[in-house]
Design a protein around this ligand. Structure first.
Ligand SMILES: [Zn+2]
Length: 268
């Protein structure tokens, strides 16, 4: 599933490749990924010129001269810059660009291609918290102030802070020495600062490697942030890199967490 680093990379590449390009036509294979009728979607965006592409959590916001195209890959998928002769085997939507090439979008399971006249009208993105990368420590502290729930649940809730999923949350909690189930109001100022720093480090590390090795970018290339970068994430039964204790996989609400039971204490 693409998380913030992959979305930032898509936004950067799409901004470079698509700004100033006009959508000449749209092929819709999966109308249920739209939030408006097929006809309305076609009428709104055919002939629109792309102005700007920005990341927002796990969404890509494509500003055009005729409103906004909002993309979310859901559990995973591809957004490929290609041409009609080289379309991937599977796609749910194709945006033909004037001048020849096209943007082919595939969702592995289910995703969204939404249209909104104004960004503020689009509830699913308007509800999102700030992007996880780019927050100052003070802003991060402010987000956590007065919260009582488990820290991991908070970090994964896109309405609080956008772009972190189950892949990128594991190692930052470990680096900060914080158990995923720790109540937020028991975190010390120093632990909050360590967590903020660790989140930035992990997200930036992936960004520097071109994103996750399990995702493909606009040019159909895999990222280089692979298992060799993981500390305890997905390392069940392997030794903790700090103390050697066996890494455990535990259930934390609806998600799984990988922890070192010695380094990540539930007690404050
Ligand atoms: Zn340990």
């Amino acid at each position: 599933m693409p998380e913030l680093p992959e979305i930032l990379i898509f936004a950067q590449d799409m901004q470079k490749e698509l700004t100033g390009r006009t959508i000449g036509g749209i092929e819709i294979v999966q109308p249920k990924c739209l939030n408006v009728s097929e006809e309305e979607f076609q009428t709104a965006l055919t002939g629109a010129e792309i102005r700007n592409v920005t990341p927002r959590g796990k969404w890509l916001q494509v500003e055009t001269t005729r409103g906004w195209l909002l993309l979310n890959l859901g559990m995973g998928g591809e957004i490929l810059l290609t041409d009609r002769d080289n379309l991937p085997e599977k796609y749910r939507l194709v945006f033909d660009l004037e001048g020849g090439d096209c943007l082919a979008i595939n969702f592995w399971w289910f995703g969204y291609a939404h249209y909104a006249v104004n960004l503020a009208d689009h509830k699913m993105t308007a509800q999102l918290g700030p992007n996880a990368l780019g927050l100052t420590l003070d802003e991060f502290r402010e987000l956590l102030r007065g919260r009582r729930g488990a820290v991991k649940t908070f970090l994964l809730n896109q309405k609080h802070i956008a772009g972190i999923g189950n892949v990128y949350v594991q190692d930052p909690l470990f680096k900060a020495g914080i158990h995923p189930l720790r109540p937020i109001n028991t975190l010390s100022d120093e632990e909050v600062a360590r967590l903020w720093r660790a989140l930035r480090e992990t997200l930036q590390e992936s960004l520097d490697q071109g994103g996750s090795a399990w995702e493909r970018n606009l040019y159909d290339e895999k990222g280089k942030w692979d298992e060799s970068f993981f500390l305890i994430a997905y390392q069940e039964k392997k030794p903790c890199p700090t103390c050697g204790t066996t890494v455990e996989k535990i259930k934390t609400g609806s998600t799984s967490s990988y922890i070192c039971p010695a380094c990540q204490s539930l007690e404050s």
